[in-house]
Design a protein around this ligand. Structure first.
Ligand SMILES: [Fe+2]
Ligand SMILES: [Fe+2]
Length: 674
């Protein structure tokens, strides 16, 4: 059940509690009734319970107890002192009848001092005077309370303003706006609406609402529970919220069931009917931006004086709900204007964030369109990095037990991971996408060359045949021709075998020693070109690249590929990152460094490599090994990919604990579909 709202407590009722005559004496003849018609009461006690809240006390020095805090006790009480023996404030100690008291200075709480023998007239006048004094005291109190309430509300409003400005998350902010508005006005329920552009429509110069719709974004209710789903509606003045937003003015309705039929808007009682709630008072106010355009509305429902039960009946509404006052309106308008600024800030921030995310995604598309075989790599690595970061942040033992990541640091990590390979944009495409040791045009050149060699062989044999027949010196020309043809067949086979070995050696797979030896011997063979010059079967650089024992890249090509990290650094450093994302270039720059200093490009060691980069290294290597979308390389089974990284861990290149977390938490598995 909702708590009563203390800020709704009204100041005490106007003057008029019974005047109480406290006395241990009977000799005074008070009037039988006070001037305002209230009767007198006599009590013998002066406990707080008896004299509070407002009363007239008539005391004699004997009534006073030693050590009692009368300053506090008489704070809101009118006090008449009857001190016939002048023992208080007289400067002399004691007196005949005042043996119980020592001389004390006249206390500040004495309002009227009676004479030694007051007659009925004096007593009547004293009472009259005292009542007037009490009225004044009470007015002071009311003023003081009102002031205090205003001050408290201003303080609250300031606090709310600061809290709103500090909140960056749009959804949390909206909840805060609504709940604070309800709290400040003592409302039992509330709704929040937002104005948003409608897809496919354009705002016209003269009609702000031409492309707008209203989103019923949020609701709160302290009396009933119900299911709520956001919904949108066209702007219309027929509803209270719509009227408020389209007119841009607040509406304060004491009783929504009393809205005249002639009004442009009406209360939709559907919610009351379905939920059992009873809506009564309602304050709806627009939220406007700095250009005075309506961006939403806050609707406050059922201001409660002192809520004791759910507002689910007419009686509950009658007894607890009061209309909203001008001060509620003022307060809510202040809050709404603060809320609008905070809302706009949060929306700007969200838009900037979306813009930035869009830019990053476009950059990732650019990287991956240069090398479609690595499509999805950046996003997969980023997702894995976020998961591993999350796991590291939850670890309570080991060297990472103290490590925690803020939301911004996690974002920084994600951006760095998404853009880690952006520098590939600066690597020549044929090297980036190189699938075999020789480029296709080089292989085609070798094929044509071997065809030429074959033709040359056949041509040489034909020439030899003709020469043989012309010479006519062979005893058995047929046998000599067969020998020549046999030689031709063998030589042609040799060239075929040479070309098929080249094709095999061109693949990235590891070469055996025999093949390497064969390449070395055949590679230096020559044939005569049409001019008679000796030409090698293979050019020197072709031979060297075919001799690459594993993979497809020569050292120079490997260097060029590796230079992507430096390109990444150059590119990311050119972006004016915000303060909280300033580490993005640095994190991305270090994703190929190894703990033992064998990485690149800076050969950083150990802790010089940022932790997010170390996290990225594991995720990056795993994806590069296990990705199944590279045409020239079959996806490696998970176990084998993990083994390879494990080998790097053993070699002191990758952090063992991070890898353990990676494996234990199965970070390498794609997240389950929601
Ligand atoms: Fe890389
Ligand atoms: Fe990568």
């Amino acid at each position: 059940m909702a708590q009563p709202h203390p800020q709704n407590a009204e100041p005490g009722p106007a003057a008029g509690l019974p005047a109480v005559l406290v006395h241990n004496f009977t000799s005074l003849e008070f009037p039988t009734a006070l001037p305002n018609g209230r009767a007198l009461e006599c009590r013998k006690s002066m406990s707080l319970k008896d004299i509070y809240p407002f009363s007239i006390l008539v005391i004699s020095p004997e009534s006073l107890e030693r050590g009692e805090d009368y300053d506090f006790l008489f704070q809101h009480v009118g006090v008449m002192l009857w001190d016939p023996f002048d023992t208080i404030g007289s400067g002399s100690a004691g007196g005949e009848g005042g043996a119980a008291t020592e001389d004390i200075p006249l206390p500040p709480w004495v309002d009227v001092r009676l004479s030694a023998n007051p007659g009925p007239k004096e007593l009547g006048l004293a009472c009259h005077h005292m009542l007037r004094l009490l009225e004044l005291k009470e007015q002071c109190l009311v003023l003081h309370n009102t002031n205090a309430i205003t001050e408290a509300r201003n303080r609250q409003l300031n606090q709310v303003g600061m809290a709103l400005m500090a909140e960056r998350n749009l959804d949390t902010l909206l909840i805060m706006i609504l709940e604070k508005a309800m709290e400040l006005t003592g409302s039992d329920a509330g709704c929040l609406y937002l104005v948003e552009p409608e897809d496919g429509k354009r705002e016209t110069e003269n009609d702000y609402w031409a492309n707008k719709r209203i989103r019923f974004k949020l609701t709160r209710n302290g009396s009933v529970q119900f299911n709520f789903a956001e919904m949108t509606m066209p702007p219309s003045k027929s509803s209270i919220s719509g009227f408020t937003m389209l007119e841009g003015k607040p509406l304060n309705i004491p009783d929504v069931y009393g809205i005249p039929k002639t009004a442009a808007f009406r209360h939709n009682s559907g919610f009351d009917v379905s939920s059992g709630y009873r809506t009564r008072s309602m304050l709806t106010l627009p939220m406007k931006d700095n250009r005075n355009r309506v961006v939403g509305a806050i609707q406050l429902i059922n201001k409660c004086r002192n809520k004791t039960s759910p507002i689910t009946s007419l009686e509950a509404a009658d007894s607890q709900v009061v209309p909203y006052k001008q001060e509620d309106l003022n307060l809510s308008l202040s809050l709404a204007s603060q809320a609008s600024v905070a809302l706009l800030n949060a929306q700007y921030e969200r838009d900037i964030q979306a813009l930035f995310e869009g830019f990053i995604n476009a950059s990732v598309m650019a990287i991956e369109s240069r090398d479609p075989t690595t499509s999805g790599h950046s996003h997969r690595v980023a997702d894995a990095c976020v998961r591993l970061t999350d796991c590291v942040a939850r670890i309570d033992t080991g060297k990472y037990r103290e490590v925690r990541f803020t939301e911004t640091q996690a974002r920084e990590m994600r951006y760095a991971a998404l853009l880690h390979d952006f520098g590939k944009i600066g690597v020549r495409e044929h090297i980036l996408t190189k699938a075999k040791k020789l480029f296709p045009e080089e292989m085609e050149g070798i094929r044509l060359r071997s065809e030429y060699i074959k033709r040359t062989i056949s041509w040489e044999i034909e020439k030899a045949k003709v020469a043989l027949l012309r010479a006519g010196t062979e005893k058995d020309p047929e046998a000599a021709l067969r020998r020549l043809e046999e030689k031709e067949r063998k030589d042609l086979e040799g060239v075929e075998s040479f070309f098929s070995t080249i094709e095999r050696a061109n693949e990235p797979a590891r070469l055996d020693d025999a093949t390497l030896e064969y390449l070395r011997s055949v590679g230096v063979r020559t044939y005569a070109d049409p001019t008679g010059s000796a030409i090698g079967y293979l050019r020197e650089d072709e031979l060297n690249r075919l001799l690459i024992p594993q993979g497809t890249l020569s050292d120079a090509e490997r260097d060029e590929i590796n230079s992507h990290v430096s390109h990444t650094w150059k590119f990311l450093s050119a972006i004016p990152w915000t303060q909280d994302l300033r580490q993005v270039p640095h994190i991305a720059f270090s994703h190929h460094e190894k703990l033992d200093g064998t990485g690149y490009p800076r050969k950083l060691k150990g802790d010089d490599i940022p932790l997010p980069s170390q996290i990225m290294t594991i995720c990056d290597i795993f994806d590069a090994l296990a990705a199944s979308d590279r045409p020239y390389k079959k996806a490696m089974p998970t176990e084998k990919a993990l083994d390879i990284i494990g080998f790097e861990v053993k070699g002191g290149k990758i952090d063992a604990e991070l890898f353990r977390i990676f494996v234990d938490a199965r970070v390498y598995l794609p997240p389950a579909a929601p």
